[in-house]
Design a protein around this ligand. Structure first.
Ligand SMILES: [Zn+2]
Ligand SMILES: [Zn+2]
Length: 397
């Protein structure tokens, strides 16, 4: 590999920081990442990289062929979307769009993959092909799935795919990953308890759906406590309860609507949560002379890291920051990530890069909060990780 002068490397990092700040200041929500995609496409083109646009509406794919012969192809993925959140930071690069903010660091992910693209294009000293996948709509809207449905892996066949996310609470200069389940399946469910409703003073004349609804909220936690093996992981949470009117103190509502989330790692646990939520709601509603309409919506599958690619990722991270700074058996998190769809389609590995903090989750602002910011100081490690990963993955046969 060509060794870059320190001055040149520093200048490139400065440029990456300004790209990051520009994207941060102009956050775009799911499938609206037009300006961001324009920046990505313009930079890749400027650096001589062949691009393809429009998969998943705003997705961009850049392709770099190695100068050494090789049939293997890999995908490196970054996400581009922001969140519907009001930024409370006061720095110069704060969001100029009211109610929108890069509060998950996807501005940084896009920037780090751009940095790697530039380096790999300047010196494609690897055997095979690298596809740089810039995806839209990671935050709940399934942009990864949309790109796959639009033919991502047919147009750009990949033998393996890799993803990276910053993680506040992990100190800078560290990486964390594990083989197997890394992030949870994220599903939503909703229940509509129905009765006749009635006069609050003459409750005996009708059926009251608030009673089974309240019992259901408590009973739902027994699924985790009594039905799930203590060694398995799962979460059920209620996110919204709606019924009646705040002005109607003496009106028994005829419907109670409850919405929640369910998280799991194993398919069998996912099936269990879906089944038991329905059984409890139906049984409790029936016991009170009410009915319930139940919907369980499978949204994101779990992020499952393949053993072989996890080992490659660990080796690349170790080459970047030293083996002692890489946790190869990190604790999985119950959050979700739509890179899971790519990992369903192809073997691969998803890694956390420390965004700063005290190592126990404190000393930093969490993602999805108004004072969060991606840490510019980790851009060099992120770029080096991607380049080391390519070197590791696409060695000469
Ligand atoms: Zn997020
Ligand atoms: Zn994110």
């Amino acid at each position: 590999m060509t060794v870059m002068s320190d001055d040149k490397a520093l200048a490139q990092i400065d440029e990456l920081v300004s790209i990051r700040h520009d994207i941060h200041a102009h956050p775009e929500l799911a499938y609206e990442e037009v300006r961001t995609a324009d920046i990505v496409a313009a930079k890749l083109t400027e650096w001589g990289i062949e691009i393809h646009r429009g998969l998943g509406k705003t997705g961009v794919v850049g392709t770099i062929k190695g100068k050494r012969p090789g049939q293997r192809a890999i995908g490196l993925r970054a996400d581009m979307d922001a969140l519907p959140l009001e930024e409370k930071n006061g720095f110069e690069h704060k969001s100029v769009h009211a109610g929108k903010m890069h509060a998950c660091g996807h501005d940084g992910h896009t920037t780090m993959l751009l940095g790697a693209a530039r380096r790999l294009a300047a010196d494609p000293d690897f055997a095979g092909t690298v596809h740089l996948i810039f995806q839209p709509a990671e935050e709940g809207a399934g942009g990864g799935r949309a790109m796959i449905e639009d033919g991502l892996f047919k147009l750009f066949p990949c033998d393996a795919v890799y993803g990276m996310h910053n993680m506040p609470g992990i100190p800078t200069g560290r990486f964390a990953i594990k083989p197997g389940p890394m992030m949870a399946a994220a599903d939503t469910w909703n229940m509509r308890f129905k009765g006749t409703g009635g006069h609050g003073a003459m409750s005996f004349m009708g059926t009251d759906p608030t009673v089974p609804a309240a019992q259901f909220v408590l009973a739902a936690q027994t699924i985790i406590g009594r039905n799930l093996a203590a060694t398995d992981a799962g979460v059920i949470s209620v996110g919204h309860i709606g019924a009646g009117s705040a002005a109607g103190a003496s009106v028994i509502p005829s419907e109670v609507y409850i919405v929640g989330t369910a998280r799991s790692f194993k398919p069998a646990v996912r099936d269990l949560l879906e089944r038991r939520l329905g059984e409890l709601a139906t049984g409790i509603a029936t016991a009170h002379g009410c009915t319930v309409e139940y919907h369980y919506i499978r949204r994101y599958p779990p992020v499952i890291n393949a053993q072989e690619q996890t080992e490659v990722a660990i080796a690349a991270a170790a080459k970047t920051v030293g083996a002692e700074q890489v946790n190869g058996n990190t604790t999985p998190v119950m959050g979700a990530e739509d890179f899971a769809f790519m990992l369903e389609a192809k073997p691969g590995a998803y890694i956390f890069i420390g965004n700063g903090g005290d190592g126990s989750g404190g000393g930093c602002h969490s993602v999805h909060t108004p004072l969060y910011d991606f840490n510019d100081g980790i851009i060099p490690d992120g770029v080096n990780y991607w380049c080391n990963l390519v070197a590791e993955e696409l060695r000469s046969p």
